[in-house]
Design a protein around this ligand. Structure first.
Ligand SMILES: Nc1nc2c(c(=O)[nH]1)N[C@H]1C(S)=C(S)[C@@H](COP(=O)(O)O)O[C@H]1N2
Ligand SMILES: [Mo]
Length: 202
């Protein structure tokens, strides 16, 4: 039960913060907390690449310049961290995951996102396709800062923010769902903030 009646928010506009805050979350306002399980990696762009591998024919690979030349999208989205902060209207630019996974054989149902530094997170293919996930390199019009995942991170705003892997280096496609870093430590396999899927069993 919320202390603010849902009706109150409807006076000003159709989409108010009261409507946009998933259960158990609070609005962090202008702050943008940094949550990293380890040190911030600093891979030079000349050594950076993004790959799609696993159950695909060969490996798809983009250098930084090739990645930057792909069709780009701008998105403004709300993000929700499992530690209960939410941030409204964050603006990002990057490449839709649909673009990276276009024309793949449809055998694989899951992806494991992998990163510099060793972090991983698992997602159903359906959660990173259909215009719902991006690999972003720009935040609020500026290059994505290293502490927030620069040069490039995954952005999957409809799931808790631990699924938005920082320092992304690629996707491993698989027929089987293999838990990533936090999922191995008891976080929920999918992490839908509207269903409060914080921990395994929620
Ligand atoms: N590579 C990597 N990605 C990561 C993490 C991490 O520790 N390493 N932390 C995750 C968690 S738990 C959250 S809440 C968000 C935090 O992103 P931010 O630091 O930009 O707020 O990144 C996610 N992606
Ligand atoms: Mo998190």
């Amino acid at each position: 039960m919320s202390l603010i009646s849902r009706g109150f928010g409807h006076r000003a506009s159709a989409a108010t913060p009261a409507d946009r805050l998933p259960p158990g979350q609070y609005d962090v306002g202008d702050a943008f907390p940094v949550l990293s399980a380890g040190p911030t990696p600093r891979t030079p762009l000349a050594e950076w690449d993004l790959t799609v591998q696993g159950e695909v024919d060969g490996v798809r690979r983009w250098t930084w310049d090739e990645f930057r030349a792909l069709p780009r999208e701008s998105v403004s989205v709300d993000i929700h961290c499992v530690t209960k902060w939410s941030k409204f209207g964050t603006r990002w630019e990057g490449v839709a995951v649909d673009t990276l996974l276009a024309d793949l054989p449809p055998a694989a149902a899951f992806v494991l996102a992998f990163c510099d530094g060793g972090y991983t997170t698992n997602l159903p293919l359906a959660d990173v396709t259909g215009g719902r996930a991006w690999v972003v390199d720009t935040y609020e019009g500026e290059p994505l800062p290293p502490e927030h995942g620069g040069p490039a991170r995954l952005l999957v705003p409809h799931l808790y923010f631990w699924k938005s892997a920082k320092w992304l280096r690629g996707f491993a496609l698989s027929r089987v769902d293999e838990p990533g870093f936090w999922e191995t430590f008891g976080y929920h396999d999918r992490g839908d903030p509207w269903l409060e899927q914080r921990y395994s069993g929620d």
